[in-house]
Design a protein around this ligand. Structure first.
Ligand SMILES: [Fe+2]
Length: 336
């Protein structure tokens, strides 16, 4: 049984601490009807059975979550690919896991979907809507737009994104690039409607002077991932960020650590990719801890990378490196 996150002593720390993990791929494919498998899921299942189930181990993810709990973050962000084939039964398994770690009422964890979570077409986004408590605006949010439907009623899950969660002067903005693609593609896109809503979110939070953290599954920087796995509307996203700005971008999808930069109105924002959270050696599972603190002229951010050590039955995580990201200078101004 996993313990829920312990956030008690984080209250005395001057910095706000975010843990970022991605691509745990921890569910076991189960289906109720053969119709669920009459699509890309057949080659996907074979790939999981032959290879992927040996690459990702639940025991490693459990050790990683335990380590995150010991670091006492104020919030945890998970950037997608909880499942293997996005089956309804897998979404239920993932919900059970989320409930154990971060009960709905505490809302200490935020999630966005990855391409594996929408592996094949579904009549509606009902399976994904099981994760809605961790994947929606704050319950008391005043940002209630009529064009922002709930997941369960959406044919395309991206209609319910981005969500916005505010913790003090930190705005977490969660996007969805998850949509079914033909085998063997693993591309994603935000879509023009979501990009418009994202621009409004960034502009609004930027005018308030918030530190804005954008969560996205696919890699938003050019030339860093195979074309088969690319974000197809990357240029449009980069235009939005160039115009309205962002302070930090966190992503997954590549299953390895990455760092890039995106141009903003005031300079460049760091773009940090987390490795998969459940990788077995010789690949290295890991996650990032971000300590974000206000100072008289803006914000400072320190990132600490924690990676897997030990051996089977004795997995643990240690600090591999730490770096101070360039300070953000306030006030943050954005284009009108
Ligand atoms: Fe993945």
């Amino acid at each position: 049984m996993l313990a829920a996150f312990d956030m008690t002593s984080s209250l005395s720390r001057p910095a706000w601490r975010l843990a970022h993990l991605s691509d745990p791929h921890f569910t076991v494919p189960e289906w109720r009807h053969w119709r669920e498998m009459l699509n890309k899921r057949v080659p996907g299942y074979l790939a999981w059975h032959r290879r992927r189930r040996h690459v990702h181990h639940r025991a490693i993810l459990d050790a990683l979550m335990q380590d995150i709990s010991h670091q006492q973050p104020d919030h945890v962000a998970l950037t997608g690919d909880l499942t293997q084939l996005g089956l309804a039964a897998e979404c239920r398994q993932a919900r059970h896991w989320l409930e154990q770690l971060a009960p709905e009422s505490s809302v200490t964890m935020s999630v966005i979907p990855g391409n594996h979570d929408t592996y094949a077409p579904e009549p509606t986004a009902v399976p994904l809507s099981l994760w809605e408590p961790w994947m929606s605006d704050d319950p008391d949010s005043t940002r209630k737009a009529p064009d922002h439907p709930r997941l369960a009623g959406s044919r395309d899950n991206r209609a319910a994104f981005p969500w916005l969660r505010r913790r003090g002067r930190i705005s977490l903005i969660g996007t969805s690039t998850a949509l079914p693609t033909p085998w063997p593609m693993a591309t994603g896109s935000l879509g023009s409607a979501q990009l418009e809503r994202l621009a409004a979110c960034l502009q609004h939070a930027g005018r308030r002077g918030d530190y804005r953290i954008l969560l996205i599954h696919h890699v938003p920087c050019r030339g860093m991932i195979h074309w088969r796995k690319r974000l197809t509307d990357m240029a449009a996203l980069q235009d939005v960020i160039r115009r309205y700005g962002v302070e930090l971008v966190l992503h997954g999808h590549a299953h390895r650590p990455m760092q890039g930069w995106l141009e903003t109105p005031t300079g460049h924002a760091p773009v940090i990719g987390a490795p998969s959270a459940s990788l077995t050696p010789p690949k290295q599972a890991g996650y990032g801890l971000f300590d974000i603190a206000p100072h008289p002229r803006g914000w400072s951010t320190t990132v600490t990378y924690r990676t897997l050590s030990g051996h089977s039955g004795h997995w643990h995580f240690t600090t591999r490196g730490s770096a101070r990201l360039p300070d953000v200078t306030a006030p943050i101004t954005t284009a009108a």
